[in-house]
Design a protein around this ligand. Structure first.
Ligand code: URA
Length: 338
């Protein structure tokens, strides 16, 4: 059955992601190029997938597959790269079973026509992101405080109903842009929206958000006085950490938010936020508790509130980090009620 180029491309992208290849987007200077024979065979394999998909084999495949291997039904606007223009209702392609061969081997789905394993550099886990200081020169002028709400609104409008990365197709309900004061001296950067944030469109409103509110109040501030944003603006499925391509696609917007607000201090909540802001894969332990710098602001890395909910014993360490921030900003904890 004939397949459209769009279907072929979507199947090709799905296939590469199944193989553990994430860096699907244009790079200024690609470090790895697929050898011609691998590329040709992948394209052939991709058109086979597209043919299988468009022949709507879902019923037969579902009937044949054990329950554990059944493809999940595609929700409206859900599923990575779910076909939007398919003539029949979209169905998820059969995925390699849980016992699929290890990464780098071809999924059993391709049978004897399996393409050869990908070169190691393409199936490697995570490339090193650029730090937010490497991404763009520091602004030479401050946006006047009075202009910041409009500047942020224009940035939000630029994001629009974003489809720049796979998270747009992963069941998102709302793009979660920011919360708080455009003139804040203190900015918190989290990882990405969870379910509550996705549904409300506001960052840090779930359980982790309540703990963040408590942390902010303990510092002698109100939530409305700080600025809050995330590395990615759309919810990663199952609350997983944002993937490289998702974070680096979205980073242009967080970067502009930082440059508009120009906070004196940024607190990175958790390893993921610290890694993407600083362009490294270092551990949280090696980064937290001491002053760093990013985009002209002082940077403090501390535990993510969701982590503190799981391990409350670490709250004392987090409080030490926040006390350093308070000293920098000249903040006093609120007076205890008698
Ligand atoms: N966790 C985050 O990192 N960000 C949110 O907005 C909510 C939970």
């Amino acid at each position: 059955m004939a397949t459209s180029p769009e279907q072929q491309l979507r199947a090709y992208v799905d296939y590469l992601r199944d193989m553990g290849v994430y860096d699907l987007y244009a790079r200024e200077a690609p470090t790895a190029v697929l050898p011609e024979d691998v590329r040709t065979r992948l394209l052939e394999a991709a058109s086979k997938v597209a043919a299988v998909k468009s022949a709507a084999p879902a019923t037969a495949a579902r009937a044949a597959a054990p329950a554990a291997q059944q493809p999940r039904p595609v929700q409206p606007a859900a599923g990575a790269f779910a076909a939007r223009t398919a003539p029949t209702p979209p169905v998820a392609a059969p995925r390699p079973p849980a016992t699929a061969p290890p990464r780098g081997d071809a999924p059993a789905f391709f049978g004897d026509d399996a393409p050869p394993p990908l070169p190691p550099e393409l199936s490697a886990p995570m490339p090193k992101p650029k730090s937010f200081d490497e991404l763009a020169p520091l602004p030479t002028q401050r946006v006047p405080a009075a202009d910041r709400p409009a500047a942020l609104a224009a940035l939000r409008a630029e994001i629009g109903d974003c489809t720049r990365c796979p998270l747009a197709y992963a069941g998102r309900h709302n793009i979660v842009f920011d919360d708080g004061s455009p003139s804040a001296r203190l900015m918190f950067v989290g990882e990405g929206p969870g379910q509550d944030e996705d549904l409300s469109g506001v960052p840090f409103v779930g359980k982790a958000g309540q703990l963040l509110n408590n942390m902010i109040n303990a510092m002698g501030l109100k939530r409305e006085e700080v600025y809050i944003a995330n590395i990615v603006k759309c919810r990663p499925p199952n609350n997983r950490a944002p993937e490289f391509v998702e974070a680096t696609t979205c980073s242009q917007f967080l970067l502009k938010q930082i440059d508009i607000v120009q906070p004196q201090v940024i607190v990175a909540l958790g390893k993921t936020a610290a890694n993407y802001l600083r362009g490294n894969n270092d551990s949280l332990t090696s980064q937290r508790g001491r002053w760093l710098a990013i985009r002209g602001a002082k940077l403090m890395v501390t535990f993510h509130p969701a982590y503190l909910l799981r391990d409350p014993a670490k709250k004392g360490e987090a409080w030490k980090d926040l006390q350093q921030v308070m000293a920098e900003l000249g903040l006093q904890p609120p007076a205890r009620k008698a």
